[in-house]
Design a protein around this ligand. Sequence first.
Ligand code: C2E
Ligand code: MG
Ligand code: MG
Length: 267
Amino acid sequence: TALRRGLERDEFRLVYQPIVDLETGRPLGVEALVRWHHPERGVVAPMTFIPLAEETGLIVPLGRWVLEEACRTGARWARGTDGQALGYLTVNISGRQLGQPDFVETVTAALAASGMPPAFLVLEITESAVVQQPELALTRLEALKALGVRLAIDDFGTGYSALSYLRQFPIDVLKIDKSFVGDVAEGGQPAALAAAIVALGDALSLRTVAEGVESAAQATVLAELGCPLAQGYHFGRPVDAATIAALLAGARAPAAGAEGEVCCAVA
Ligand code: C2E
Ligand code: MG
Ligand code: MG
């Protein structure tokens, strides 16, 4: 009930986390992440309400709002109106949303209403969403690709890791789950696993993003492994659209200092 009311009362907001080039530290894209500004409880994290929204089906209207809001904001960043233009905006999509018969129309409408170019949008889907209904997922993902939208597998390595799907599905981006990144700087098995995922991404010509990078040591090891992109507190926490806009405006006229500092300014 509170979730439904929250939607009616416009209590949801998006924050955006930079996705950076590991070589230069420059932000190339952002991921949109939803927050619930509850009148009594304050800011509620998605882990608390997304599972409930999925169970009740409220993820469908909530997810539509997320997509529309992200596209409205992303359209400015695609044009470079706020300063440095970004390359893409990623939006998380739950399995239940993907399963909606009108999901492709919802995406088409959000793109048309905002004027955001389809190639600027990356939809993040988890392995489990794909594996549960592989045939439906394949049809849907192909229709989305036909729109010109790009697709990412989120939290890779935590689900079923059905490798055959990676080849079969029209995926562009592989996001290495943060559980593989945490101990990567210590070498040994964790680093070997991360290296294997980066190599897998390479072999399938996917762009690989390491999630949850919290230290310079982790960033260095991942760059050495050949991982092209990263996201995490080390580079910048999720922040509101105005803070991202300020970051992009700052990047228009580079200030003194290393390139990476532009990005770390949002940390
Ligand atoms: P995700 O898509 O894998 O998003 C990455 C999560 O990792 C985010 O948590 C982000 O804040 C967090 N994170 C980023 N950098 C670091 C780091 O360096 N260290 C650590 N420990 N965490 C980091 P958040 O925003 O709480 O979102 C959690 C999950 O909720 C997301 O995981 C995603 O699965 C889901 N979610 C968020 N927004 C949406 C949405 O709009 N729609 C749907 N369907 N799911 C969403
Ligand atoms: Mg994600
Ligand atoms: Mg993830």
